[in-house]
Structures are given as C-alpha cells and as structure tokens.
Design a protein around this ligand. Sequence first.
Ligand code: NAD
Ligand code: MG
Length: 392
Amino acid sequence: MKGIAILGATGSIGLNTIDVVLRHPERFQIVALAAHRNVESMAELCRHVRPRYAVMAAPDAAQALRAALADLRPAPEILAGAAALETIAALPEVDYLMAAIVGAAGLMSTLTAARAGKRVLLANKEALVVAGALLMRTVAEHGAELLPIDSEHNAIFQCLPPTHRAGLERVGVARILLTASGGPFRAAAPETLAQVTPAQACAHPNWRMGRKISVDSATMMNKGLELIEACWLFDTRPEHIQVVVHPQSVIHSLVQYIDGSVLAQLGNPDMRTPIAHALAWPERIAAGVAPLDLFAIGRLDFEPPAFDRFPCLRLAYEAATAGGTAPAILNATNEVAVAAFLEEKIGFADIPRVVGTALDRLPVAPVTDLAQVLEVDGRARALAQDLIANLV
Ligand code: NAD
Ligand code: MG
C-alpha cells in the first residue's frame, strides 16, 4: 500500500489524480490533500476522500475549512500556510507526492519531497524551469524518483529505454520530438492576437486545464517551458529537441534513434494516462481512459512551429540556450504577465513584451543555490509588475 499526498488537489491535475487513485484502493491510500484557497472544493474533496491531513496554503482559508468540516468524523488534521506544504511533503507515511501546484509556488514542496527521497510525480513543470539544476541534484543525492506527469515528458519517458540515465547519446537517441497542439490560436493571423480575451485564450481545443497553463498553451510559452523541462529531465540540450506542431494531440511526443527508428506514445488526450503510468511504474494500471480509436481519428497532421506568431516560444528557446538564471526570469515574468492578462489588465500580445523586456534588462548568472534562485524570481516579478504598471 502506497501513501499519497496530492498538492494542488483542487486543480485539474489534482482531481484527475484523485480519480485514478480511487480506482485502486488496494494499492493506494490518499494521506494528504493540499490546495491554495478554494475551501468549498477542498471541503467536498475531504468528505469524499477522507485524507488524514488537509492543507490550505492561504492561512485564512484553513480557518474556513475547519469550520466547513466541523461535523466530519474522523476529522482530518488541517494545516495552514505555505510551510505546511513542506511538512506534508516530508511525512513518513507519504510514499508518493503528486506535485500539481501551479507555478513557482510549487517549488519548495517539490524540493522537500525530493530531499525526503519520495517518488515525485511532477506536473509542476515550473519547478524544473526555475530550479532544474537544484531539483535534479536533490533527486540524485537523496535517492528520490522523479516521474514526469506532463503528457509529452511522460511520453518521452515511455519511449526511452530504462537505461537512458546513462545519457541519451549512449542509448542511441538522435533527438527528441516534442509535440505541441498549437493551442487555440495555431492558425490565427498574428495581427488578430492583440484582441484576444482570457475566455478565448483558455478555450483549448483538446485539453481541459487550469487557466494559467491554458494561457501558456495559447501563447505557446507552455511548449517553451516544456523544452526547458525536457532538457533537465532527460539531460539534453535545446538543439537536440525539435518542437513539432500536431493539432490532434494524439501523439504525445516521440524519440528518434540513430538507426532511423522513431518511437511514439499515443493515446486520447486525457491526463489520467500519464498519472496512472507514473503511479504504477514500472507496472501498468487502469486509468479510466477510453481506448484509442484510430479509425475515428483517421489522420494525424504535423507542421513546424510558427515562431513569428508565438514570440513566447522564441523567448523560451533563448532562455533555455542562455541557461543559468534566464529560465527563472522567463518563468517569473510570465507568471506575473499571465495573471495580469487573466485580470484583463494587459493584452495577450503584452505577455511576450513583458517577458522579453525583463529578459533584456536583468542580468543572467550561473545558478549557485536556492537563495539566489528565489532572489532572482522575486526581482523578476517586481520588474514585471513595474513594466505592467507602465503599460497601463
Ligand atoms: P489548476 O489551476 O487547475 O490547479 C492548481 C492547483 O494548485 C489548485 O489546487 C490550487 O489550489 C493550487 N495552488 C495554486 N497556487 C497555490 C499556492 N500558492 N500554494 C498552494 N497551492 C496552490 O492547474 P492545473 O492545470 O492542475 O496545473 C497544475 C500544474 O500541472 C501546472 O504546473 C501545470 O503546468 C501542470 N500541468 C497541467 C496539465 C493539465 O492538463 N492541467 C498538464 C500538464 C502539466
Ligand atoms: Mg504538456
């Protein structure tokens, strides 16, 4: 029996994880749930799942959760604040941690779980973008396992041999083909993008996801973050990764080998597949996902990415190539810009403007330690706020 903690439980990945885990009560027990401030949703989940611990990262929300669950017996232990996320991540009864908080807010708990030697199911790609060097080192030093939940990276992991940690070249990999749906504006004329609304940007053609990653998919920053994520997970460089736009989202990524073979992982676009894969690995368990019907799909299309339409993708390539603290600057300024776009304070085309200006202005240094990364993250957020204030 494996004890599971789900951080970001009320989100899209969190709910999909609960769905898969509850299908296998003989294998898994949910020990802890954590979320930010959505008390209603958390209270409902606690009644359904009956975790031993429930965390609300926003302290006032924990108080409200206590009130909402006053009649529940046995009552979960309710913890409050960001530090409680780390408490949960290190609990001895937690074997697997689902890192599904959105944004750099998930970094500390992910690092803590790695330091505690847990199996970390990593949906929170921002943690790797911000502090990939530190997270990968922590995983190695503490014998933790890092299994990718992002569908593309989970697909790549499935297409690699178990010996891939020896180095992609040693196992005959020529390059990674990272697929992208292209999002809702794949075919839109660049001049129409300035007028896009948050609702339009969040209407992804193939996936139902949280609002931040939905906007990232629409700008294709998501693919840029995933490029950086793939470099860390598979110890490779941006020039060995080709982004392939594949509008149907049926192939979740591919690995090309030196003998001409190309291995792909296919499936319906349903995050329960990578979640189930990482939960059971190296075994397989049912995920509740409908079997793939190739006859119904009929055809699969591919095209190169349009860098002119998606400046965020170009900025991410540049940050990935620059390395050091550049990806942390990219991520922090993108988080601030996306939040401002969702609050309708700035336009869609302002997102790459804010990120690009910040990358031009802030110095990039090699990553030394966590304190430095957090300082860079804070400084980049402050600059992004300034830039936004001057835009409006
Ligand atoms: P979401 O917005 O639906 O959910 C986010 C969760 O994080 C919520 O439970 C929220 O309460 C919690 N959270 C937010 N801020 C927090 C904070 N400061 N402290 C603690 N908890 C906080 O997002 P999502 O779509 O589930 O995405 C979660 C992560 O998974 C992101 O990093 C995203 O890039 C990644 N991801 C998601 C998908 C998907 O299909 N949704 C696919 C691949 C990767
Ligand atoms: Mg993805």
